[in-house]
Design a protein around this ligand. Structure first.
Ligand SMILES: C[S@@+](CC[C@H](N)C(=O)[O-])C[C@H]1O[C@@H](n2cnc3c(N)ncnc32)[C@H](O)[C@@H]1O
Length: 497
């Protein structure tokens, strides 16, 4: 297994095909689950026609033929505990998205249990919508005796429901694989409360009901943490914030990783999102593997790790994204949206505002990606401009270039880049040349093509768009951190948040 590997794809398939038994010391998973989604939606009956397409931000796993097959597999091909549990859950919750969610989680948790070392631990992050069901699933897979903690992650926040108590916590279940597991208590001790320190300052004995329990002292390394953790989620202005929805704070992962692994151990996050687990693992000198089903997450993590730790391209391994034309065609046929994300990344573009898997056209019609460039610096203030990117996987023709020209004007962009899987025709090329050139103040009158066409094949060979190098904002993570547009502005804008 290769340290610093990011797998692009469905974790179930990757776990089954690529990960050997007992490979990891620690697994943290934060599966998609929208806590705002209410029970009525989750318990709606009926099979949906579309396959269980797992979407990055929608968070929903529907009851489809795919989940029905997984359910049948769990009932007939696993073991009696799991089989009877699934049948009981079916009776209890019915055929709906909640059963689909539990089914999809169960098949994955069985694989995660398999890839965990005997001394390893698993932390499952969830919320009260499904935590009670997930705990029974975990008990069936890990056995009740290996349940270690139900950690309550509590935080403050704005806004309260009118007729309920404020909902201000997540749940993290901690299980070990056996009773011989790693727990580094001294690495996660906390500072004692001031009142406790004060009390112990004058304490000379511990006499209760006349019995002397001997002198007690505070542990110089600090207090043993309880199973409720008060850690603030990332504020909108936080420097750590990348704009990825559901991003967790590094402090949370730091405690988990320090408690349940040592330097050099192997950590897996099968739903790695924007890579909080892998970034903290890198910081704490652990080996790591991340899996995510969206290439946007994979690309973001690559940038996050490269920038945060000064690593080069060759030190991070991405598995599952196309490296040749055949792979690119395959990705386009399988998932045109992921193809767009992937192709955008080849030119350092970010998704435009309002674009998501549910809204393929996005809010900005005709824009598949945006490259932000630095136009000018006036009195120390940076002024940004944008290049719009259009990506085509299917047949291409001349009028698409004419349309791109119109889109550039409408969007008040500097220029347009047209990326295509197919070779462009001669009329397309002349239409692009006819569009002329542009220049920006910072490049001192140097001219660049207003419209340019690049094939995926050329990009894979290393060709780059002809754009102002000086002004090109090379990647969104770095820019998000340094941005003077205000705390991760580019990324937030890019993800349409
Ligand atoms: C709640 S987010 C994780 C956030 C992460 N903890 C962080 O701090 O950034 C869940 C992630 O799971 C991914 N995902 C959903 N279904 C998946 C699957 N079947 N295989 C791999 N990743 C999946 C989504 O794309 C999303 O990035």
């Amino acid at each position: 297994m290769q340290n610093r590997t990011l797998y692009f794809g469905d974790n179930l398939e990757i776990l089954r095909k690529k990960i050997k038994d007992e490979s990891f010391d620690l697994i943290y998973l934060d599966p998609p689950f929208n806590s705002n989604r209410n029970y009525n939606v989750l318990f709606k009956e009926g099979i949906q026609d579309s396959p269980a397409q797992i979407k990055a931000f929608d968070d929903s796993w529907h009851w489809t033929r795919e989940s029905k097959e997984a359910f049948d597999y769990l009932v007939t091909k696993t073991n009696e505990d799991i089989s009877s549990l699934m049948q009981a859950l079916e009776k209890m919750v019915g055929h709906n998205d909640m059963l689909a969610y539990l089914t999809m989680m169960t098949v994955r948790l069985i694989e995660l249990h398999r890839v965990l070392k005997k001394t390893g631990s698993l932390y499952l992050h969830c919320d009260p919508t499904a935590s009670h069901y997930l705990k029974i699933v975990l008990d069936a897979i890990f056995w009740k005796k290996n349940f270690r903690n139900e950690i309550i992650w509590c935080y403050r926040g704005a806004g309260y429901p009118k007729k309920d108590f404020g909902k201000r916590h997540d749940i993290i279940f901690r299980y070990s694989k056996t009773d011989n597991y790693i727990f580094n208590l001294d690495d996660v001790r906390e500072e004692y409360a001031e009142a406790t320190k004060e009390r112990f300052k004058y304490h000379i004995g511990n006499i209760r009901k006349g019995k002397d329990f001997g002198a007690q002292e505070l542990n110089p390394l600090g207090k043993q943490p309880d199973d409720w953790w008060q850690i603030q989620p990332l504020a909108p202005s936080s420097k750590e914030r990348l704009g990825y929805p559901t991003q967790k704070p590094e402090a949370l992962l730091e405690r988990i990783i320090k408690a349940s692994s040592k330097e050099g151990d192997w950590i897996l996050d099968p739903f790695c999102g924007c890579g909080t687990t892998v970034a903290v693992s890198e910081k704490l000198k652990r080996n790591w593997v991340g899996i995510d089903v969206t290439s946007l997450a994979i690309n973001l993590i690559k940038y996050r790790i490269k920038n945060q730790f000064g690593l080069g391209n060759k030190q991070i391994f991405v598995d599952g994204l196309p490296t040749d034309l055949a792979g690119a065609k395959e990705l386009f046929e399988k998932d045109p949206f992921e193809f767009e994300y992937w192709a955008s990344d080849l030119v350092n573009a970010i998704p435009p505002h309002g674009k998501s898997k549910d809204n393929m056209r996005g809010a900005d019609k005709g824009v598949d990606g945006v490259i932000n460039i630095l136009r000018n610096i006036v009195n120390g203030n940076k002024e940004y401009g944008k290049i719009i990117v259009q990506i085509k996987g299917g047949k291409v023709q001349r009028n698409q270039i004419a349309t791109l020209k119109g889109d550039v004007d409408r969007e008040k962009a500097e220029a347009g880049v047209f990326i295509t899987l197919e070779k462009p025709t001669k009329p397309m090329k002349s239409e692009a040349v006819d569009a002329g050139t542009f220049t920006i103040p910072i490049t001192n009158k140097v001219e660049f093509p207003k419209i340019q066409i690049l094939t995926i094949e050329e990009l894979l060979r290393g060709k780059k768009p002809d754009l102002p190098r000086y002004g090109l904002v090379k990647n969104y993570y770095k820019e998000a951190k340094a941005s003077e547009m205000g705390g991760g502005g580019l990324v937030r804008e890019g993800l349409g948040l």
